[in-house]
Design a protein around this ligand. Structure first.
Ligand code: BYC
Length: 336
């Protein structure tokens, strides 16, 4: 594959000057080289020059993504002890552990941009950083665990497959592994709902109730409508995002309708209808007031989720201190 080297793109007069004087390229020129690299589908790596805004936007998105994985363990963790069989319990346990791992890969990817994990965690715990709105809804029944896997992981995959092609190398590589695990997560959720929807009338009603409660919040996961999304245009130009919020939401709806039909469940949207002309489903309106309230901290479980994370962080302080003390002793021993 043809690769643009920065040297090749620098005008020859500049290279000549560079041989005799230390040459500092002006930011505007660096920025144009950076954009050429992005446009040529080359990955940006941690030591490459990048605009401050690119770095800042990435730290924001990747750290929010990491926080979502970590907070996302809470609604499901709540069901590990109540899973209906040993098999379901071990599967759910593995899924929740995967989410902890995803959080860690993502914090590491964000750290390559120069922001420490402590700082990112502080931002979460102080309420300065966001995490996905979806995790502020309660898991009331076992069917909710099915709905989270099917819809929440399903929506996450839709978004994350695009992120495997994001322009920042460490984020893209982390996403490849995460996506493989997310596919298993979605499958386990759908499998729970297959069992419930083919079970007793009470089980089927439980599955329908879960779909009714999780459908609209799952659509909100894709973020505000494109016209109200402040970051999208720049993120698309820098290829941090490869598809817009509305495009991904529509693909998700188009793919999910037939899965609901297979389960014999009804999507709670009276306006949902196949449109022959567009070859997409038409659908109703998201309650953006609800979305905005949830991301402002006023959703049904925001306070509970943050309290749980703050407690876990405080309870884990001794582990961090012990690890630091051990590392200190080890480096002293090595130096002696
Ligand atoms: N919830 O300009 P926009 C998982 C914020 S977890 C909360 O469109 P952007 C899983 C947005 O941050 C995986 N906030 O932003 C885990 C911004 O606020 P700030 C979750 C939202 O970044 C456990 C503002 O609204 N996936 O899979 O271009 C169990 C304006 O939005 C939300 C990711 O994190 C929301 N839903 O696009 C099961 C994927 N939507 O920062 C499953 C990575 C928007 O200006 N993230 N906001 O204060 C992304 O792809 C993008 O960040 C988004 C938003 C599409 C979410």
């Amino acid at each position: 594959m043809y690769k643009i080297s920065l040297r090749e793109r620098v005008p020859s007069t500049t290279l000549a000057t560079r041989n005799t004087f230390p040459y500092i390229m002006p930011d505007s020129q660096q920025e144009s080289l950076f954009q050429q690299k992005v446009d040529a589908e080359q990955k940006i790596e941690p030591r490459d020059w990048m605009p401050d805004g690119y770095r800042k936007n990435l730290v924001r998105q990747i750290s929010q993504h990491a926080h979502s994985e970590i907070v996302g363990m809470l609604p499901e963790g709540n069901w590990i002890t109540r899973a209906p069989s040993l098999r379901r319990k071990t599967i759910l346990l593995a899924k929740v552990q995967d989410e902890a791992g995803h959080g860690l890969y993502l914090y590491s990817a964000a750290e390559t941009l120069g922001t420490g994990r402590d700082e990112m965690v502080d931002q979460l715990l102080s309420g300065a950083a966001k995490y996905s709105s979806i995790f502020n809804y309660p898991t009331l029944t076992w069917a909710d665990i099915g709905a989270i896997g099917w819809l929440v992981d399903g929506a996450a995959i839709m978004n994350q497959v695009m992120l495997c092609r994001t322009s920042y190398g460490p984020y893209a590589r982390a996403m490849v592994r995460i996506c493989k695990e997310e596919s298993f997560h979605q499958r386990q959720g759908y499998d729970i709902l297959i069992t419930l929807s083919k079970g007793t009338p009470e089980q089927k009603a439980m599955a329908q109730d879960a779909l009714d409660r999780w459908w609209w919040p799952s659509l909100m996961m894709f973020g505000p409508s494109d016209k109200d999304s402040p970051h999208s245009a720049q993120s698309l130009k820098w290829k941090i995002k490869r598809q817009s919020n509305d495009e991904l939401r529509q693909i998700f709806i188009d793919r999910t309708v037939s899965q609901a039909e297979f389960l014999g469940l009804k999507i709670p949207d009276p306006k949902l209808k196949w449109n022959e002309a567009t070859q997409h489903y038409d659908w109703g309106e998201i309650d953006w007031t609800e979305f905005n309230e949830v991301i402002r901290g006023n959703g049904p479980c925001n306070a509970e989720r943050m309290a749980a994370r703050r407690k876990a962080h405080a309870d884990g302080a001794w582990v961090r201190e012990a690890a630091l003390a051990y590392a200190g002793k080890k480096s002293k021993r090595n130096a002696a």
